[in-house]
Ligand binder design. Structure first.
Ligand SMILES: Nc1ncnc2c1ncn2[C@@H]1O[C@H](COP(=O)(O)OP(=O)(O)O)[C@@H](O)[C@H]1O
Ligand SMILES: [Mg+2]
Length: 264
């Protein structure tokens, strides 16, 4: 099972848009995906047009807000074929408090321990992260081994990247498996010089991690208000083509990794 955090220190760079559309395309390609919303804004469920009763809080703590026991499977909501959601929202504030009250020894690994699935039920765990750095972000970076970092090809995006690398380095001290696997340029606008300049810089700095850019595409910003992914809203939009390409790369990387012979 691949465990991937979609994370970046800045907001508004396309994390949620990527998490939703990438997860849906992977699901449509037959991969079984659990998409986990780690932001208090609750956008994953809204963007997918679903209303789960329970989510992350109940999943990790085993209880609802009134102390009633909630089974893990009750918290996982089937959003599309092959795509399940663990919703976030305002209850994540309580979850962060709960995490803070756990014994110091396993405070940072509560999420990792809660998320060990039975057997091979899932192919991908995708975390849509919030921009800040707190106890929940640390838990996420302890629970994953790959990070996909969206970088908007607009504005002072490289500054956010520097801050984020600070977070990542401190997390890597505790999680040796954690790897910055993908840098995803987003909001690529072929009409502006800035987009090309940032993209060129990223290609030079991250030759291995760089992905094909996601173009600036108004269809991507329209789809969520209808509770649809880009593939349900406009199959032929540039955004749909770009996220299809990204999903293909992730699947291909998984196939290649399996083909590497193991000698030790
Ligand atoms: N490639 C894109 N083209 C056009 N609009 C986009 C694109 N990616 C994201 N958006 C829009 O930009 C805003 C911020 O994106 P979002 O995915 O919510 O970012 P984040 O999760 O990083 O805060 C949203 O309104 C979204 O619809
Ligand atoms: Mg978001």
């Amino acid at each position: 099972m691949r465990k991937i955090a979609i994370a970046m220190a800045k907001g508004g760079v396309g994390k949620t848009t990527t998490a939703i559309n990438l997860s849906h395309e992977l699901a449509m390609q037959g991969q079984r995906v659990l998409l986990i919303d780690c932001d208090t804004q609750d956008q994953v469920s809204k963007f997918l047009g679903v209303k789960p009763t329970y989510g992350m809080y109940e999943f990790v703590t085993g209880k609802n807000g009134k102390g009633k026991q909630v089974a893990k499977k009750e918290a996982i909501f089937p959003a599309r074929e092959n795509l399940w959601v663990l919703t976030g929202g305002i209850k994540l504030v309580e979850l962060k408090n709960w995490l803070g009250e756990q014994p110091r020894k396993n405070r940072h690994t509560c999420l990792r321990n809660a998320l060990i699935p039975k057997g091979t039920a899932l192919d991908f765990l995708i975390f849509d992260c919030a921009p800040g750095w707190d106890i929940l972000s640390v838990n996420i970076l302890m629970a994953v081994n790959e990070v996909l970092c969206p970088v908007a090809l607009q504005g002072p995006s490289l500054e956010g990247l520097k801050t984020f690398f600070g977070y990542l380095l401190s997390a890597q001290k505790q999680n040796k498996m954690l790897e910055l696997k993908y840098i995803l340029p987003t909001m690529f606008d072929g009409r502006t010089r800035q987009s090309f300049e940032i993209y060129t810089k990223l290609k030079r700095l991250f030759a291995k991690q760089i992905c094909h850019p996601i173009r600036l595409n108004v269809r991507l910003s329209e789809a969520p208000s209808l509770g649809k992914t880009i593939f349900e809203y406009d199959q032929r939009a540039a955004g749909a083509q770009d996220y299809r390409k990204l999903a293909r790369r992730l699947i291909d990387d998984g196939i290649q990794a399996r083909q590497v012979p193991r000698f030790f």
